[in-house]
Design a protein around this ligand. Sequence first.
Ligand SMILES: Nc1ncnc2c1ncn2[C@@H]1O[C@H](COP(=O)(O)OP(=O)(O)OP(=O)(O)O)[C@@H](O)[C@H]1O
Ligand SMILES: [Mg+2]
Length: 264
Amino acid sequence: MNAVKAENLTITYEGKPALEGVDFTLDEGETLLLLGPNGAGKTTLLKTIACFHGEYTGKLEVFGREPCEARDLIGYVPQSHSLNERVPLTALEVVAMGGIYRKGFFHFKIPGATIEKASEVLGFVGLDHVADRLFSELSGGQKQRVLLARALMSDPRLLLLDEPLSALDPSARGEVAGVLNKIKRERGITMIITTHDINPLLEIGDKVMLINRRLIAFGKPGEVLQDSVIKSVYGPLARVIPVEDRLFCITGDVHIHRHGGGGR
Ligand SMILES: Nc1ncnc2c1ncn2[C@@H]1O[C@H](COP(=O)(O)OP(=O)(O)OP(=O)(O)O)[C@@H](O)[C@H]1O
Ligand SMILES: [Mg+2]
């Protein structure tokens, strides 16, 4: 079954297109890595699939339904989390919130079954040991894993993750990528993950989509990640380097001048 299907999808804000003429299908269980420079329309596409934004033309289906009719099947982890860190919630409470908001009302006391499930999910992302620590005091990688756990509380069939690796150091990126890999292997959840650094995720990507206000390329990683395709969006310094049986993708966002020592 198609988890997501878009046909000639154009998404607009007040009539102005942010993303035009996009076609793709994603099967249930597949992971899509969504790549594109700032302003390309990545968040816009995720928000539209999640029914947070409804101004579009063309066809968009989530498990064969209109996005807003598939809302209960979708988990969404936003680009930068909007938790008020001055509210002293523990990691476990933050996860448990994912099982409460979904029901559309506010509990003053979190039900025991929700806490039990939150503990199980926190264990799944490898964070049992921080359950009672304040969310605000966790490391960036741990916070991101707590937010993944929170999104898992509603048993989504489709998880939309907006830059889950941004603002993390390479070792935390690896940790979060490991959890995403586990979600794919053990839960079989369909995922769309936007990222500026595709390398830690290449292992779990079944499909890669490159957008820049329109669809540039969509297909298997080896098909999309070609020098000419990457250069067409990121400029002449971008490249794809094969190393043994892996690909490394340099999109030119960091470089050091070989002569003169300056970096930017
Ligand atoms: N609420 C909004 N109202 C009007 N225009 C918007 C709105 N949100 C986004 N846009 C515009 O839509 C375009 C795509 O933005 P979007 O946030 O989807 O890009 P992105 O690929 O997620 O970028 P980034 O990598 O910076 O997160 C941009 O031109 C942006 O200014
Ligand atoms: Mg974005």
